[in-house]
Design a binder for this molecule. Structure first.
Ligand SMILES: *Cc1c(COP(=O)(O)O)cnc(C)c1O
Length: 303
């Protein structure tokens, strides 16, 4: 898995006693560098876990090919990838398992919660059992058994109906939310393009086969110092931008539970430079103009 991700990606495996092995990212997308995966595989490797950062797909054909050749499973962390696709296929539906997040920071939110996508029909019932506290209640609700009981290990992974109702309303208008976010994304891209063309900023660069979902608009500055200065400059104007992630391999838990494989060319360098501009459904052009103008001001330029 990449080190440049949220700790939940690693926690899922650490909780099962596995060791996360971190691989460097590509600078264009900040996704795992598929050309560096194979060298990290040992005979103890079980899973390749990819993260579709910002809703931009990883190079899935290559990842799936490596996995099949080595007999590994593929888990897609598509927490940020709802409504995004790779070569026309929904993110999360390509590997053996996929995960979505409906955390409040994501494109579609239920406060806290998520979904797991199971690409093996024979494993769906087991997944249902695990999420229902290890019971066969799902079978009971379908009338397949006349009482339900504890049949497996499990936990309480079901969202409440109240949370689900909140999410459902957004899923019913998912196309509109997606369109709105993409329009905002392209407005930032167009507005800031002169600074990119001068080499002051670098955007994420979605490959042609990846239809993303405008989960975030990230810009990269020269270095950490410039990013810190921009953050303070924007804050003065009541514009909040936030950076992430502290790469997992350098975090206390990451050092304890995992290890980095190969050379770390981009993970640290790019994460130090990256920040995210305000992005949400209903963001107005006036608000975006304030952000874009402020960034031009920061560089001492007129828009
Ligand atoms: C948000 C996020 C998660 C965690 O999602 P939860 O719903 O909080 O578990 C995992 N991975 C990535 C890449 C995320 O952005």
């Amino acid at each position: 898995m990449p080190s440049y991700t949220f700790c939940s990606t690693a926690n899922a495996f650490v909780l099962q006693g596995a060791v996360p092995v971190f691989v460097d990212v590509r600078p264009d997308t900040m996704n795992i560098d598929e050309t560096k995966i194979e060298a990290a595989i040992t005979d103890r490797t079980r899973v390749i876990c990819v993260v579709h950062y910002a809703g931009i797909a990883c190079e899935m054909d290559t990842v799936m090919d490596i996995a099949r050749r080595h007999g590994l499973l593929v888990v897609e962390d598509a927490a940020q990838g709802v409504m995004a696709s790779y070569k026309g296929r929904a993110l999360g539906s390509i590997g053996d398992f996929g995960c979505y997040s409906f955390h409040e920071t994501k494109n579609y939110s239920m406060g806290e919660g998520g979904a797991v996508l199971v690409n093996h029909p024979e494993l769906i019932e087991k997944a249902e059992t695990i999420r229902e506290k290890g019971t066969n209640r799902s079978r009971f609700l379908r009338g397949q058994v006349d009482k339900y009981t504890w049949v497996e290990y499990g936990s309480s992974y079901l969202p409440s109906d109240i949370n689900a109702a909140h999410l459902l309303a957004q899923l019913e208008m998912a196309e509109e939310i997606n369109r709105d976010r993409l329009a905002s994304w392209h407005y930032y891209e167009e507005g800031l393009a002169p600074l990119r063309d001068e080499g002051r900023l670098r955007f994420l660069e979605p490959p042609a086969e990846c239809a993303h979902n405008a989960h975030m608009f990230a810009i990269r500055l020269k270095d950490l110092e410039e990013r810190t200065a921009l953050t303070a400059f924007l804050r003065e104007r009541d514009i909040v931008v936030s950076f992430h992630y502290v790469p997992l391999h350098s975090s206390p838990a990451g050092r304890k539970f995992g290890r980095f494989h190969g050379e770390n060319v981009y993970t640290d360098r790019e994460s130090d430079r990256l920040t995210r501009l305000p992005m949400y459904y209903g963001l107005s052009r006036t608000e975006q103009d304030q952000v874009i103008d402020a960034i031009f001001d920061f560089f001492g330029q007129r828009r």
